[in-house]
Structure formats: C-alpha cells, structure tokens
Design a protein around this ligand. Sequence first.
Ligand code: ADP
Length: 179
Amino acid sequence: MKRTLEGVVVDTIQGDIANQTDMDAVVNAANAELRTGGGVAGALYKMAGPDLAEAGKRFAPISPGKAVITPAFKLPNDYVIHCLDPVYGRDKPEGELLQRCYVEALKQAEEKEVESIAFPSISTGAFGYPLKEAIPIVLNTVLNEITGLKHVKHIRFVLFSKSDLKAYESYWNKALKER
Ligand code: ADP
C-alpha cells in the first residue's frame, strides 16, 4: 500500500528493517539498556556492527515510551531511532506508551531533519502486544502527527510476515476510506 497523506508518502511493505536501503532512519524496538536482542533489535545490531551498542550506552537505561537517536553505522541508513516500546500486560497504560513511541520517534526524526523513516511493528513480537490492537493506535497516531511534520516526507511500515502486512493493509484501507 502506498498513499500520500497531507503531503507525506505512507507505505507498507513486507521486509527486513535492517535492509531499508532507501530510508534515512529506521526505528528499533529497543530494550531499556539499548543492547542487542532478538527480532528487530537483533537484526539491526548485527548489521550495524558493535558501534551501535557503544553509541547507546550514554542514554541507557531508557523508560517505556522514550525514544533516542544514534548514528546507524554499517546499516544503510543515517540514523537508528531506538524506542523502548511497552511490554503488553506489564508497562501501563500500554496504548499510551505505544502511541508515545511513534510520537517521540517522529520528533527525533524531525529534530535531525530526517526525510524518510521506517518503522517495524514495535511491541507486537516478544513484547506481546496483539497486532490487531496495535494497528489502530499506530494509524491514529500517525494521522495525528502527520500535519505537524516539516522534514519527514516518507513514513514506511515494514512488516516481517505476509499476514502482518495483510492485517495492516486491510485495516488501513478501510479506515482511510471512511475518513
Ligand atoms: P518487540 O520486542 O517490540 O515485540 P520484536 O523485535 O520481538 O519486538 O518484534 C516486533 C515485530 O517485528 C514482530 O512482528 C516481528 O515479527 C517483527 N520482526 C522481527 N524481525 C524483524 C526484522 N528483521 N525486520 C522487520 N520486522 C521484524
């Protein structure tokens, strides 16, 4: 899916967040210590090399909903924006914290005058956020923020599985038609 909303291109693709060669910034589903982990973090730290963990040290630990920005080192991007997304059922209120991740990530991108940013489906893997509950939060947050963006002109959602991509696209197509 690819649309232009308020002058910003929004697209959804199936892919690997560590291989977004045409994007300025990628978002990491971080842990509080800004260290490597599984899933998204594992892929990003592996591709970026050890400097990424070194760069995160001065920020750690971060609290849920908080985002920080570092260089991307060997990744094909300029920046990694690390957000500590909520663990479903533990970090409350989880909806608000998930929303704050997207708001803060976009804020960090704007401060660095980033033009394109790719988000994985943060919180919906090891952190257990049900995808169907997360999708409307993601869409509404992005729609709310999009009007205030000055530098960001392209927002991409990178879904790892075909079924996650389908879930995103069917909700978004329906919701945007009803706008
Ligand atoms: P969290 O701990 O925030 O839940 P995870 O990394 O466990 O983060 O997973 C978040 C989502 O990202 C899941 O849907 C998972 O399937 C997906 N994912 C895992 N690896 C990658 C990758 N390399 N690129 C894009 N998405 C990925």
